[in-house]
Design a binder for this molecule. Sequence first.
Ligand SMILES: C[S@@+](CC[C@H](N)C(=O)[O-])C[C@H]1O[C@@H](n2cnc3c(N)ncnc32)[C@H](O)[C@@H]1O
Length: 181
Amino acid sequence: MEKIELQPGHFSLPVKANLVIQHCKVAAEEICSHSDDYGGIPEFVPADGLTAWQLLNSVVRQSLPGRELNFCEWGSGTGLVTLLASLTGMSATGIEIDEDLIDLSRDVSRQFSVPASFVHGSIYPKDNQNPLLDYNDVDLFFAYPWPSQIVKMIDLFKQVAAPGAIFVCYHGGRNYRVLQR
Ligand SMILES: C[S@@+](CC[C@H](N)C(=O)[O-])C[C@H]1O[C@@H](n2cnc3c(N)ncnc32)[C@H](O)[C@@H]1O
């Protein structure tokens, strides 16, 4: 596994991507203020939409150009990053452990007519009876892990990703690391 030094580019934000970002921002604020209604998600923290948009586009153009791509978000929250990935042209799937967030993501996907799959369950294969997704088919993974999950997710990436696959591990604000298997 190697670390990729990404040169972040600037990519203009399509109107629909901006609408999705604004909608998910309001939804995330709502979740934070009513966390009991969302399975008591502790300190739900969403990614910054504009940073995610720049990151996704930069990785795709610099490291995975010229082919159809499968994207998977580990812990997709409101669906924001998975929907942005779909808007870059990738076939996008989000996996999320909280069922209410899955329902919310599917609503946003429908409302803005952005195709994406949202799968309810744990990203860790050992937690599920049946596999939720074939990770071997995924070209680009994205996660914004809780601090306690960072090492575990990097280990998961090492174990399940196909050679050449990329993992954008986002750490909040404009902080991230990009790893390639
Ligand atoms: C910090 S939030 C980030 C949400 C989203 N990725 C974003 O950037 O806006 C972490 C998310 O991971 C989800 N999560 C935590 N553990 C999980 C697991 N084992 N499987 C699937 N989702 C998980 C949480 O419910 C939460 O929605």
